[in-house]
Ligand binder design. Structure first.
Ligand code: FAQ
Length: 327
């Protein structure tokens, strides 16, 4: 995959000055933000480019499953809200691409990796949106999971990433509520509407738990990312928190989490939940998800069809620059 290749192709770095490494680590220990012009170990830079580019791609590809429903939203209000949400996701992608560029990787390189199919993006966006209730389920569960993961990233050690997350989390919080409101309406509606809401929950629940990544004992990047304070909580810790806040929400609207093993564990003060199908997760990561080909084609088509806009904007900018020079 892309990131592994990036690491393989990297030139062996000169041995890093131990004094600089020690100073960097001391800054991390003091919880200082690392800024673009500060010295940082090459491996830290590569880890950030890996995670941030995957994150930005997820936001952009994440526009597609919901975009599918803009023309079919059941009312003008729902359409306006969904349109605004999908635009927000595009904005999130742009903030994170811009933050990742401060590490010396160009937007073109990142976008090329996505369009050629080399880059990873979140598994969750390789599932289809079959009914309107899926839009509710995405807002409630997918944005809910995204917030759980992104709140700690507001304190990630790399300043531009952490600051991008502050605004993103505010917007994601609105997205989560709009999704829950859709589900609440459907669950309190006709029997057919409630069935539709339950069906969407059944299909999106397990993929939402997979969003948090592999279990901690099989997460090759976690330990180092935690040491560098890029990640502040592990995949399993965040997954557990998500289950614990979401189960009571489902109960409040009369929907059932599709997990026969779900039980409240008094001693842990947390829910025990059933086994996740990690074979499915790794298959989706490998690009075998139900809508993987469709998503990649949609991104490539949008890029190719937008070529004339990029060319026109570049020509206009060049004209303005020439005028400014002549003045
Ligand atoms: N999908 O060692 P770890 C959103 C990969 S934004 C695909 O645990 P790490 C907004 C991982 O990259 C959703 N691949 O890795 C929205 C690594 O591969 P690599 C995205 C996954 O980085 C809502 C390998 O497995 N959010 O939803 C996944 O320490 C609604 C081993 O894993 C972010 O990206 C996965 N689910 O932890 C938009 C948040 N999980 O790179 C529209 C930032 C793992 O070695 C509508 N990212 N992999 O080749 C993170 O917090 C972390 O990168 C994790 C993974 C937690 C995702």
């Amino acid at each position: 995959m892309y990131t592994t290749e990036l690491q393989k192709n990297a030139q062996p770095t000169a041995v890093e000055d131990p004094a600089r490494v020690a100073e960097f680590e001391a800054r991390i220990a003091r919880d200082e933000f690392i800024e673009p012009k500060d010295w940082m170990p090459e491996a830290y830079r590569r880890t950030l480019v890996r995670q941030m580019s995957q994150h930005a791609h997820s936001e952009i590809v994440g526009m597609l499953p919901e975009g599918n429903w803009i023309t079919r939203a059941p009312s003008l209000r729902r359409k306006a809200v969904l349109l605004a949400k999908v635009q927000d996701e595009g904005g999130h992608g742009l903030y994170i691409y811009a933050a990742a560029e401060t590490l010396g990787t160009s937007r073109e390189q990142m976008v090329d990796a996505l369009h050629s199919g080399k880059a990873k993006y979140s598994t969750i966006f390789n599932y289809p949106t079959l009914t309107w209730a899926d839009i509710g389920a995405i807002g409630w569960l997918v944005d809910g999971a995204a917030i759980m993961n992104q709140v700690p990233l507001q304190r990630a050690s790399y300043g531009p990433y952490a600051r991008a997350m502050v605004r993103i989390c505010k917007e994601e919080s609105f997205h989560q509520r709009q999704g829950f409101e859709i589900m609440m309406g459907l669950a309190a509606g006709t029997a057919a509407q409630k069935r539709m809401a339950q069906d969407a929950l059944n299909r999106w629940w397990w993929p939402s738990l997979m969003m948090f990544g592999p279990p901690d004992d099989n997460s090759p990047n976690s330990a180092q990312s935690m040491r560098w304070r890029i990640k502040r909580e592990t995949n399993d810790e965040l997954r557990q928190k998500f289950v614990d806040v979401t189960v009571p929400q489902a109960e409040a609207i009369g929907l059932t989490i599709p997990d026969p093993d779900l039980t409240w564990n008094e001693a842990r003060g947390a829910y025990d939940f059933g086994a996740i199908d990690w074979d499915e997760f790794y298959a989706v990561v490998r690009g075998e998800g139900p809508t993987a080909k469709e998503r990649l084609k949609a991104r490539n088509d949008a890029w190719n069809e937008g070529a004339w806009v990029r060319e026109a904007a570049t020509a206009h900018a060049a004209k303005r620059a020439r005028k400014a020079e002549a003045a």
